[in-house]
Design a binder for this molecule. Structure first.
Ligand code: SF4
Ligand code: SF4
Length: 427
């Protein structure tokens, strides 16, 4: 006998969501998900866990966050890789990613910010104005950061509607910038200690660093298997795993990703894949892709290629580097946290040569036939950096297709035609 589905409406009402608008949003996601994910052949069995997580993304996981709060813990939201989840976790907080990947309430958003703001910012502001994001409504604090100008200014508006704290991120990576960033980490620790009512200790920080590193190590394992031809997993499934990393319970997620990695390693040993050997292989780089934004991967893979790596914040930038585990004092561990996080290759930094170097290294390592450079319209940092990426890729012999888009579905036909022509050229 199957259990009756749980009605989460009372929980959503308690969080202050607009129930009608939220029902409308929730009704759209399963169709989007089914069309992108459930139509795929030869998916690893372990992806069933991620199907379940997606089906409960506003249900069971939110209940877990609420239970955590009822037991005295805090929920801390963020929009960027530069917010160290190790510190949040060490202080008994749960870290949740708040970036949004769908168009919602743009009419309201465009009343308070320019129409030509990037889709990521418009999306999270729309989710807030329409009261449809239970993660945002459940957050005891939102930690913003001074990365791009759009986000910096959006946090001022968001701060009128939610508790927001902003860390100042340097724009360069010189030794003085690291020292400044380290002082900002201290300021963040003080704020989080105040909000959580707990104190950072060598024990709780070491444990959190280890747990988050384990999560990143599991993602490294899963992704390492993608270097094989045939690729043992689709790019869409691999992308989903990283997207879920921003929301899910850390130890459970690590265990489930390791399970998928076991399966992928067995596939590689047996020379079987999610797509046939010789399928055109594409590396995707660019701006982050938040749930439910699977648009570019979906277009590429439905056109007959496989995405083998993502140089994205919802990809390698999230899991490729670890916090050093050899420090014994709180200060030493915070130094290690500062070093690891400043080493992320975001286009908001100037200059940012590490990103192009990573793209070329990855394209070689994952035997990519071509590179798709994906930017969100009105995202100045990534759009301008595209020229540098394209030049470096072409010098290394990799063809590049630039895709500049947003979250709408209107350009799917036109993008599919361009991707098909690009894949044809790769042959
Ligand atoms: S692209 Fe830059 S600003 Fe955006 S999430 Fe990544 S690190 Fe943060
Ligand atoms: S996509 Fe670009 S413009 Fe938008 S928030 Fe990220 S860095 Fe800023």
């Amino acid at each position: 006998m199957s259990e009756a589905p749980v009605d989460y409406h009372p929980m959503w009402e308690e969080l202050g969501l607009d129930l009608d608008a939220h029902d409308m949003l929730l009704a759209a996601i399963p169709q989007l998900y089914a069309a992108a994910y459930l139509t795929q052949a030869k998916r690893p069995e372990g992806m069933a866990y991620f199907d379940f997580v997606m089906s409960e993304i506003h249900g069971l996981r939110i209940k877990e966050l609420r239970d955590h709060q009822a037991a005295g813990g805090k929920v801390i939201g963020s929009f960027c890789l530069y917010v160290p989840e190790e510190i949040i976790r060490a202080l008994g907080g749960l870290s949740v990613g708040l970036c949004a990947g769908a168009e919602f309430a743009y009419d309201e958003v465009e009343r308070i910010m320019p129409r030509n703001t990037c889709a990521l910012i418009k999306s999270f502001m729309g989710f807030k104005l329409a009261k449809v994001c239970p993660y945002l409504e459940a957050s005891d604090l939102v930690v913003g950061e001074t990365t791009c100008d759009g986000k910096k200014k959006a946090y001022e508006l968001l701060g009128e509607m939610a508790p927001v704290y902003v860390v100042e991120l340097p724009q360069m990576k010189n030794p003085g910038d690291l020292a400044f960033w380290r002082s900002e980490i201290d300021r963040l620790v003080a704020k989080l200690e105040e909000v959580t009512g707990r104190e950072l200790t060598a024990e709780n920080l070491a444990a959190a660093i280890k747990e988050v590193n384990d999560k990143r190590r599991a993602l490294q394992r899963l992704n390492a298997a993608r270097a094989a031809d045939p690729a043992p997993i689709s790019g869409k499934d691999a992308l989903l795993a990283v997207q879920v990393a921003f929301y899910d319970d850390v130890p459970r997620f690590t265990q489930m990703v390791n399970k998928v990695a076991d399966e992928l390693e067995a596939r590689v040993a047996a020379n079987t894949g999610a797509t046939p050997a010789g399928t055109p292989r594409v590396l995707v780089t660019g701006t982050p892709m938040a749930v439910p934004n699977w648009k570019v991967h979906d277009i590429i893979e439905k056109a007959g290629a496989v995405v083998v790596s993502e140089e994205l914040c919802t990809g390698r930038r999230y899991y490729s580097k670890l916090v050093a585990e050899d420090r014994t004092t709180v200060d030493g561990m915070l130094d290690a946290v500062a070093e690891k996080y400043l080493d992320i290759n975001c286009a908001c930094f100037t200059p940012n040569p590490g990103r192009a170097e990573d793209i070329i290294r990855l394209a070689k390592e994952y035997k990519a036939d071509g590179i798709v450079d994906y930017t969100l319209q009105s995202c100045g940092p990534y759009q301008i950096e595209s020229s540098l990426v394209e030049r470096a890729a072409q010098q290394a012999g990799f063809p590049v297709l630039r895709i500049d888009t947003d979250y709408s579905m209107e350009d799917i036909g036109q993008l599919s035609t361009r991707v098909e022509a690009f894949l044809e050229m790769l042959k």
